[in-house]
Ligand binder design. Structure first.
Ligand code: ARG
Length: 282
C-alpha cells in the first residue's frame, strides 16, 4: 500500500516538474518575441538598434549641416536629426570625423554604422551602400565673384577654373563641363575661398551650404548665379543590408510626424520644411 502510493507520488511529482520546466522554457522566449513594437511609446522598440551605440561618420566642414562650434563641439542640422532619431529609437550616437571622400568606403567596409554628412542619394552610391528615405531636399549651385557677368550657368563654365570639394556630387557635376580645369579641396569653405582669392573662376557647392556661408558673413564678395544645377536628396546611409536601417527609417518617420523634424528645420533654415518624398527620384 505504502510502496504503491510512493510510486504514484513520484510519478505526479515528475509530471509536475516537467510541466514547470515547459512553462519556464516558454516564458524565456516570450520577452524576445513580444518586445519588438510593444513598448508603449514605440521608443527603443527595435531590437536591431535599441540599446546600441551607432558609430556615425561625419565631415564637420559643412555648415549648417555639420560643423564645429566655437566650443569645438560638432553641431548642425544633421547632428540634431540623428540625435533625435536616436532618442526615438533608443540608440546612442558616437560621432566620428573623417574626410568626406573616405566616407562611402568606410560605410562599405562596415567600419562605421552610418553617416550624417549631407550625403546625396545617387544611383552609383546606392549600388554599394543603402540609404534611408530622403531627409533633406538639396541641390547644387554655382558661386562666382560679385562682379562677374559672363558666368550664368553650367555651359558658361567651359574652359574655366572650377573649385569643388573632393568626392562630392559637385565634383561629378564639374566633370561634365568640357575643358574645365577642376581643383579639389577638403571643404566647401576652402572651395569658396579659392574663388575669393581669384585662383578659381567659380565654385560649385551644395546651395544651402553656400547660402549659409554668405549669411554668416564668413565669405565676402561672392554671389550665386543661375538656376540650381541639380535636384538632390540627402539620405542617411548604412552598409548594405544593415539591420539598423529599419530603425533609422522608423525614427525619421517618428520625428517627422511628431513635429521634431520641422522644429529642427526651422532652427537652422528659418523656414518651414518642404514635403519630402518617400524615395529619392534618382
Ligand atoms: N551633398 C554632396 C554629396 O553628397 C556633398 C556632401 C558633403 N558633405 C560634407 N559633410 N562635407 O556629394
Amino acid at each position: 500500500m505504502i510502496r504503491f502510493t510512493g510510486i504514484r507520488w513520484w510519478r505526479q511529482f515528475a509530471l509536475a516538474l516537467g510541466c514547470l520546466m515547459l512553462v519556464i522554457a516558454c516564458n524565456n522566449t516570450a520577452p524576445n518575441s513580444t518586445d519588438a513594437g510593444s513598448s508603449p511609446s514605440g521608443a527603443g522598440s527595435n531590437p536591431a538598434a535599441a540599446g546600441k551605440t551607432l558609430k556615425v561618420a561625419t565631415d564637420p566642414t559643412f555648415a549648417p549641416f555639420e560643423f564645429q562650434g566655437p566650443d569645438g563641439q560638432i553641431q548642425g542640422f544633421d547632428i540634431d536629426i540623428i540625435n533625435s532619431i536616436g532618442k526615438a529609437e533608443g540608440f546612442q550616437v558616437d560621432l566620428e570625423s573623417m574626410r568626406f571622400d573616405g566616407m562611402i568606403g568606410a560605410l562599405q567596409a562596415g567600419s562605421v554604422d552610418t553617416a550624417m554628412a549631407g550625403v546625396t542619394i545617387t544611383p552609383e552610391r546606392a549600388k554599394v551602400i543603402d540609404f534611408s528615405k530622403p531627409y533633406f531636399k538639396a541641390g547644387l549651385a554655382i558661386a562666382v565673384p560679385e562682379k562677374n557677368t559672363d558666368i550664368t550657368d553650367l555651359d558658361s563654365l567651359k574652359n574655366k577654373k572650377i573649385a569643388v570639394q573632393i568626392g562630392t556630387t559637385s565634383a561629378d557635376e564639374a566633370k561634365k563641363v568640357s575643358g574645365a580645369k577642376i581643383s579639389t579641396f577638403d571643404s566647401p569653405d576652402l572651395v569658396l575661398q579659392e574663388v575669393v582669392n581669384g585662383n578659381a573662376d567659380a565654385a560649385i557647392n551644395d546651395k544651402a551650404v553656400t547660402l549659409y556661408a554668405f549669411k554668416t558673413g564668413s565669405l565676402k564678395g561672392l554671389k550665386l548665379v543661375g538656376e540650381q544645377l541639380t535636384a538632390e536628396y540627402y539620405g542617411i546611409p548604412t552598409p548594405k543590408g544593415s539591420e539598423n536601417l529599419e530603425s533609422i527609417n522608423r525614427g525619421l518617420d517618428t520625428i517627422i510626424k511628431d513635429g521634431t523634424y520641422a522644429q529642427i528645420y526651422k532652427k537652422w533654415f528659418d523656414e518651414e520644411p518642404p514635403k519630402l518624398p518617400e524615395t529619392a527620384p534618382i
